[in-house]
Ligand binder design. Structure first.
Ligand code: PLP
Length: 393
């Protein structure tokens, strides 16, 4: 009667959303300030002023029928032009408005790209730990997800990648700054990866695409993530304004192809086709225009940096192990016992809501989303201390 895969996906829900719902219920039960909810990556810092100013300006100046009406399926031309001009000015890589597709956030960008690329027998390589929805999007497109490990600091392990990519590989999904580790890959790493992908493409006789999932690009602390398009022509950028402009609920982002991408026009046509088939046409019209006017701006990332510094130094001083993250707003901390799920259950008894790393394809860690109010971080520290004291006896 029903599509069982869909029923299963609906019933199973993501561990992150499950915990988020638990947190909301628990807050009602014992009080908002007693629960330390580090479950979800929902930005706590307000959108920058340009967002509200542009909304007000558009409402005042634009005829409502145009403002709230359909744009082209691939997005309003002015928005696509602003995106391509900005990317070209930042990366130096020639881009075109004709190769930009406005989407409902990075989720839609990824789902569209994977569906556009997929042919029977294709594999998609992801680097563990990875954003759990990659599996849902890749498998739904029909592909096989191949999970490749990273090194002990969660950076690229090129030997492992060399082994994971074969003639069935259609694309590698890269996410830097990374969710859940906060790792930001260096230019040297991206350069080495692109040499590997170039060699693999030659062996295959067709491009192995790089899907660069970049919703955290602007959220970096003292480092600058390189543009992979500078190093590898067959890169597809999957971007979202969810985190950079704190617009997660507005569902807005884009897909962009560099002009030099192999058969760029054909790939773009397949992207338009996948967008159509999945129902992702005409991304939210108001926010296409707002974001176009705010390209290059971001929310106050200093607030996240301070959260990271407080949490990282407190947790490591208590004895927790964790790699200091350079970007995004997550800490990836070693669980205090082998089974991260059991550890998270014990953390819950201290009202600490942490996501077990199993969701991200690795064992033995937890993710802490520190995009919360400073007060939550400060109030949570005694609970983290009590939790480790409980383990250490
Ligand atoms: N990719 C990564 C790595 C993410 O962390 C997220 C959201 O948290 C997404 C994609 C989806 O972003 P969006 O809200 O724009 O759909």
């Amino acid at each position: 009667m029903l599509n069982k895969t869909m029923q299963h996906l609906g019933e199973e829900r993501s561990a992150i959303r499950e915990l988020f719902e638990y947190g909301n219920a628990r807050k009602k039960e014992i009080g908002e300030d007693k629960v330390f909810d580090f479950s979800i990556g929902n930005p706590s810092v307000p959108a920058p002023a340009c967002v509200r100013e542009e909304i007000a300006r558009l409402i005042a100046d634009m005829p409502p029928a145009v403002l709230h009406g359909y744009t082209s399926a691939q997005g309003a031309y002015e928005a696509r032009k602003a995106v391509s001009a900005y990317l070209e000015s930042k990366s130096g890589v020639p881009m075109s408005a004709d190769l930009v597709y406005m989407t409902c956030g990075a989720s839609a960008s990824l789902a569209i790209a994977l569906n556009a690329l997929f042919e029977e027998g294709d594999e998609f390589v992801v680097l563990a730990p990875f954003f759990p929805e990659y599996r849902v999007f890749a498998e739904r497109a029909g592909g096989k997800l191949v999970v490749c490990p990273t090194d002990e600091r969660f950076h690229l392990d090129l030997a492992a990648l060399d082994g994971a990519i074969n003639t069935h590989t259609k694309a590698v999904i890269l996410n830097s700054p990374n969710n859940p580790t906060g790792a930001v890959y260096t230019a040297e790493e991206i350069e080495a990866l692109s040499a590997l992908l170039q060699r693999k493409s030659e062996e295959k006789g067709a491009p192995v695409f790089l899907l660069s999932d970049e919703p955290y690009r602007e959220l970096c602390y003292g480092v600058e993530p390189p543009y992979p398009t500078k190093y590898y022509r067959d890169t597809i950028l999957c971007y979202s304004f969810s985190k950079s402009l704190s617009l997660a609920g507005e569902r807005i982002g884009f897909l962009a192809l560099p002009k030099a991408l192999t058969k760029a026009e054909d790939v773009f046509a397949a992207i338009c086709g996948a967008g159509r088939a999945l129902g992702y046409v005409c991304a939210p019209a108001l926010f296409q225009r707002v974001c176009a006017a705010c390209m290059g701006q971001s929310s106050d990332i200093e607030a996240y940096k301070t959260n990271r510094d407080i949490l990282y130094s407190a947790l490591t001083s208590y004895g927790y192990e964790c790699v200091s993250p350079d970007g995004a707003f997550y800490l990836f901390v070693k669980a205090l016992e082998e089974d991260a799920v059991t550890f998270c259950e014990r953390a819950k008894r201290h009202e600490l809501l942490l996501v077990p790393s199993n969701s991200f394809g690795v064992e033995g860690y937890v993710r802490i989303s520190y995009c919360v109010d400073r007060a939550v971080i400060e109030r949570s520290l005694p609970a983290f201390r009590a939790l480790i004291a409980e383990y250490r006896g």
